[in-house]
Write a protein that binds this ligand. Structure first.
Ligand code: G3I
Length: 440
């Protein structure tokens, strides 16, 4: 913890103290530079190849695959026990010209083949893939941007890519990754949010959303933590995937790290480069190490923020035994009533020997919006709640309570929000656990 003798001395170890990773984008061509390699290997516990897994590097001409420099990064990461983010399978940029010249049906099979070949090559080694990168337009439209994929295959190309990716490597987490989606009210953020919500509601396989986080010198938007929490409440992990901040102000880095730490499902942070010397925006000196690999003030700020910890990540993989089928409560929704009214229902989203994970949905069932809510239930005495996210745990007599946080008390009529918790238990979770909801 911060300020104690137990504070970790590297970025990776400090992030690991709350179950997260702290990674960097690297270029294979710099790994032979000893200061670069030693700084990277010592400080970070995750990696994203900066360019080496992109389409122009892996399939420069049709059907001809080359993985040499990506393999170099993967081997180095494996030798140091690092997580690897795969970046990226389907992106309009760094796309060889032959792809853009294909007919629609040819493009579809080329895209399927590219995903299949690249994911198969790295199967078992990748923690998370950026399956689709930057598919939404900037500005006010909130729509997909024009690209060969969008223009020839239509909106469905994203869903198709995710379904294909899942079928190739069911163990890798599948992410959508984009920039300028950090501010909650932006049309682009809303467009991506609605896509993820739609995917989750229809069972399209998506596990995570990457927020690139290329910031100006003022750092993240004020509501960044809210954005992360809102996406996480859809049932996906969130990650900061390409963080860099112009001039690297320590305070801006601190607030960025704290935004991630405040959300249990924010599983890690990656900075987009090791040293200012090789940053894609080196003129902005946006990283944690200067051109001589000296630690900048931002480095110390990040280390301290990580050591201070935050909401702990819930386990995403049960330690033992396969997940049981989530039981759901019978419908408890009351008929529409005037004024604010809420109802709560829950599902078991994960269970293992020794515990389980619950997701609770709080629905606004009246004619007016909720401004606050509290869910109450009788938690079995031998099944203690060990962690809660997107709600504040309390008690009311013998009942366990969960009260909204500052960012999810407002729920429009007909809308819902979710929170989750983990319980330690030797028993299976209760198949029916009556929950009540009040509007205060
Ligand atoms: O490797 C060639 C080299 O042989 C050639 O001599 C040189 C001449 O220009 O170019 C080199 O390739 C460059 C490559 O980086 C490797 O350095 C490309 O021109 C250059 O365009 C490429 O830039 C990359 C950029 O993506 C391309 O879009 C950056 O390194 C990389 O940091 C950046 O990363 C992206 C993420 O993938 C997605 N999000 C935004 C982020 C920043 O733009």
């Amino acid at each position: 913890m911060a300020g104690t003798a137990h504070a970790a001395g590297t970025l990776g170890a400090a992030a690991a103290s709350s179950g997260r990773y702290f990674g960097a984008a690297v270029a294979a061509s710099h790994l032979g530079e000893s200061a670069y390699a030693s700084t990277f290997d010592t400080e970070f516990n995750a990696v994203t190849p900066e360019n080496e897994m992109k389409w122009d590097a892996t399939e420069p001409s049709r059907g001809s695959f080359s993985f040499g420099s990506a393999d170099q990064i993967v081997s180095n990461a494996q030798a140091h026990g690092m997580k690897i983010r795969g970046h990226t399978l389907v992106w309009h940029s760094q796309l060889p010209s032959w792809v853009g010249n294909l007919s629609a049906s040819d493009l579809q099979s080329a895209m399927d083949n590219h995903i299949t070949q690249v994911m198969t090559h790295f199967k078992g080694k990748i923690y998370a893939w950026d399956v689709v990168n930057e598919a939404f337009a900037d500005g006010a439209s909130g729509q997909h941007r024009s690209s060969p994929f969008q223009d020839k295959l239509g909106n469905g190309f994203i869903e198709h890519a995710f379904r294909t990716a899942r079928s190739v490597d069911p163990d890798a987490k599948l992410c959508y990754n984009d920039y300028n989606i950090e501010n909650w009210t932006d049309a682009k953020t809303q467009g991506v949010y609605n896509m993820v919500k739609d995917f989750k509601s229809r069972g399209v396989p998506i596990d995570c959303v990457g927020f690139q986080s290329h910031f100006g010198s003022s750092g993240p938007p004020a509501g960044f933590a809210t954005t992360l929490a809102n996406f996480a409440s859809l049932g996906v992990d969130v990650q900061l995937t390409e963080l860099d901040i112009a001039q690297a102000p320590a305070s801006a880095y601190t607030s960025t790290v704290q935004a991630c730490l405040s959300v249990a499902r924010c599983t890690g942070i990656t900075v987009w480069g090791v040293t200012d010397k090789y940053s894609w925006r080196s003129g902005d000196t946006p990283l944690l190490f200067d051109g001589n690999y000296g630690k900048k003030a931002a480095y110390t700020a990040v280390l301290n923020a990580l050591n201070a910890g935050g909401a702990t990540t819930p386990p995403t993989t049960p330690p033992t035994s396969p997940p049981t089928t989530p039981p759901t409560t019978p419908p408890t929704t009351p008929p529409p009533t005037s004024g604010p009214v809420c109802a709560a229902s829950y599902a078991v989203t994960n269970s293992w020997a020794g515990g389980y994970q619950i997701e609770v949905t709080v629905k606004s069932t009246g004619t007016a919006a909720l401004s606050a809510w509290t869910v109450l239930w009788n938690q079995p005495a031998d099944q203690t709640v060990s962690q809660m996210w997107n709600a504040v745990q309390g008690t009311n007599g013998s009942l366990t309570t969960a009260h909204n946080t500052s960012y999810n008390g407002s729920v429009a009529p007909g809308a819902s929000t979710t929170f989750g918790y983990l319980a330690n238990s030797a028993d299976a979770p209760a198949s029916t656990l009556p929950m009540s909801c009040t509007i205060s």
